[in-house]
Design a protein around this ligand. Sequence first.
Ligand code: NAD
Length: 336
Amino acid sequence: MSTTDRSTPILVAGAGGFIGGWLVRDLLKSGHTKVRAVDIKPKPEWYQLVPEAENLTLDLKDVEACRRAVRGAGIVYNLAADMGGMGFIETHKAECMLSVLINTHLLMAAREFGVDRFFYASSACVYNADKQRDADVTALGEADAYPAMPEDGYGWEKLFSERMCRHFREDYGLTTRVARYHNVYGPHGTWDGGREKAPAAICRKVIAAKLSGKHEIEIWGDGEQTRSFMYIDDCLLGTRRIMESGIIEPINLGSSQLVTINQLVDIVEKIASVKLERRYNLDAPKGVRGRNSDNAMISRMLGWEPSIRLEDGLERTYRWIYDQASAAREKKPLTI
Ligand code: NAD
């Protein structure tokens, strides 16, 4: 069994979510025939439900559910986590940390059933907070996760689970791969309800202002905090290339196009052809002051790095959210 053998059974955990849903679609599109898609959510709530996959609703915090999900699989992608944007992770730390059960039980089942390869979706939130206090950031290289001082709750869970993958590899010979995603965005993800991240939230707010004719927007913080954002197509390609590679240590998977939140709003305003009055909510959750991905390692190891321009990815994301928001507006007003 191997990652390139199209008949290898594959488990995608978290398949009802944003990245998991796209990954299931992508694997099937590239010829894989046996994809098991698992999520805790009831199927009508999955962002994408692909009928060609074996779709199961299971709570993967439970060890028996993990055994059920992993049995027979040669490849496991773990994208399941209780997570969201800053508004969620700063206020649900215990819930975020409980995702440790998902990865731990999946690893145990993967070992038991002799899985060939295991992928874990880590995050830029593992990086030491002291190295992210300035908006004018030095991009974060893989070594910057230590000494450990990650994002409280969510980041600690990610860092611990990374190490769990490492020790299952060292002690039990399980082949593991870990990518540290930096802000992924695109269609078919969370855009409303409190778990959404900055690109989707800003698209929704601009759309709400446009549709209501009330031309103003609330921005969290002073808008000068910096981030980089990776479009979903780059994320999928990078994830699969890392999975197929010989890279055993956690590696950055993110765009290195750094922008301020104000610049992100500028881009969305341009796509929407509106100009909004900005109100800054300095008490809202903001996360670290500045964060960017240092892509030296991925460029060196894979000869590739994410490259889809933010302007292009946001255009596609905006159009999708616009359709969702227009349909949802028939039922209730949009959150500004
Ligand atoms: P998402 O919230 O859209 O998807 C995660 C899915 O996991 C959800 O559908 C959720 O229902 C499912 N899940 C949660 N608990 C579960 C459980 N107990 N059993 C089964 N399924 C469960 O998030 P996403 O953006 O698709 O993220 C996928 C992975 O990538 C996560 O591990 C996340 O932490 C990581 N990540 C994402 C980003 C990003 O910007 N999207 C950045 C860094 C890391």
